[in-house]
Design a protein around this ligand. Sequence first.
Ligand code: FAD
Length: 499
Amino acid sequence: MQNQKLSKRDFLKLLGGLSLGFLPLVGCFNNRKPEGEEVAEKKNISGNTPPTKPETVSESDVIVLQRDEARYAQYNTSYNKRITLLPKYIAVCFTVAGVRHALQLAEREDLPVSVKSGGHSFEGFSSNDGGLVVNISQMKAVTWNDDGTVSVGPGLLLRELHSQVYARGKLVPAGSCGGVGIAGLTLGGGYGFFSRKYGLTCDSLVDATLVKADGQVVEAAAEKNLLWALRGGGNGNFGVVTSLKFKAHPLPQVFKTVTIKHTIPDGPAFGEMLEKWMILTPQLPPEAFGAFVQNGKTLTLLFTNYGSGDIRDITDRMAEGARSNTASSSAGKPFADALKRFYGRPDPLYFKNASCGYYQHFSDIASVATHIFNEMLAHPGLIFQVNTLGGAVNNPEFQGASCYPHRAYPFLSELQGYYDRPAQEADILEGFRNIQKLVRDRGVTAQYRNYPDVEFPDWQHAYYGSNYDRLRELKRQYDPGNRFRYPQSIGAGAPGTSA
Ligand SMILES: Cc1cc2nc3c(=O)[nH]c(=O)nc-3n(C[C@H](O)[C@H](O)[C@H](O)COP(=O)(O)OP(=O)(O)OC[C@H]3O[C@@H](n4cnc5c(N)ncnc54)[C@H](O)[C@@H]3O)c2cc1C
């Protein structure tokens, strides 16, 4: 494909005209930049201001798709099939210059902008109806820096992180599902098997490049307040993150798992198992992780461990009365291969998932445990999961350096509802909301931003706690026109107002 260069003026004319589909789509995934573009970008980044001269862009920088165009549907997919939003424009961006052009179009037509990387937002916050989506899923470059850090493009998926970074003997602590985007995960916190040892994914983020609505490019490491905000509060709120730089940790040698399955006869038995699990798992070494997954009558307990600490005492006690107990080890195989079994289903699904509260102790939900279990039996497809946090997640150093507010909680729960056909949604939602009410009525209100629900009351404090007001101040500084917005974006109004 020929790289057709256009002046900024020509390009905007084309964007506004009838010929949006002119750009040849064959080979549009080519991430190579024309030579002149490199210079323009570098100048802009170091100068920290949008270029004064017209920038040239080509299909190597951005392709703008409208609803009637061939590739629109391909780029409009979300992992959650419940999301049916139809933006006016999808700007598939390959470079910072492309992102800036997309933002100029949004400014010109006064459109709200959403940012999409891996497309795994539960509630479709990376898309919108009638606005513009900056789709950066193709920006996947991985660069190793002299200081041992690694810079990655926001479109990198976790399975690509594993194959490209872990394969080099280095670890960026992240989640496990292969299709999740590193950008959305990090900007909302990011937890997984490695969090109890190294902290959340955002705690390893040392810098990020952000393109603001006005096209200005800023480096978060030079603006400590911005870095603080991007560590847990950066999802589509302040601008488009076009690069993330991470501290890389040593890759562990071996990854071991224990999977225990129980048949749970009734609510009291469910409560007993959960209580036992919540008493024992905080004693796990920092290299170990535990998940409690109740699906109908089947309880699956997953334990992972990449350290030398022995967790058998805990797993043996949790396996008492189990119907199966299976152990595995990655010894002799590449470390990244051991994570593949946790990649999850690659294709989009119908689901309603949400955070179901952070807990300190079993007592937080003891009185409603039986009711939660009964709702799961009454509404097949619901899964109630609790994951271990604690350890380094609660490192006071990380606390001050990030806006993620829920570090003191050792447990995070997630409610999941899966179904095959839209007609099944109403039943799932009924059970889902019943469980949410049970937990909320127990006074549990803290929620994980990366497991959002559009129905959470006072989501501002549920996600961000007392940090919300400071985030709002920063929103007013970085996106005063509220160009980046979605149902639960940080408000640009003055504190005390409802915007
Ligand atoms: C199957 C599945 C498994 C999951 N497993 C885990 C897990 O193990 N651990 C965990 O912590 N979370 C997990 N999550 C939640 C996950 O962290 C969030 O859904 C995350 O926001 C997804 O990021 P994304 O880039 O894939 O999604 P997107 O839908 O592209 O984006 C999600 C949000 O981030 C914003 N965003 C994305 N990219 C950028 C960017 N470059 N600049 C600015 N804003 C941006 C979007 O605007 C949107 O608000 C899981 C989710 C799913 C569906």
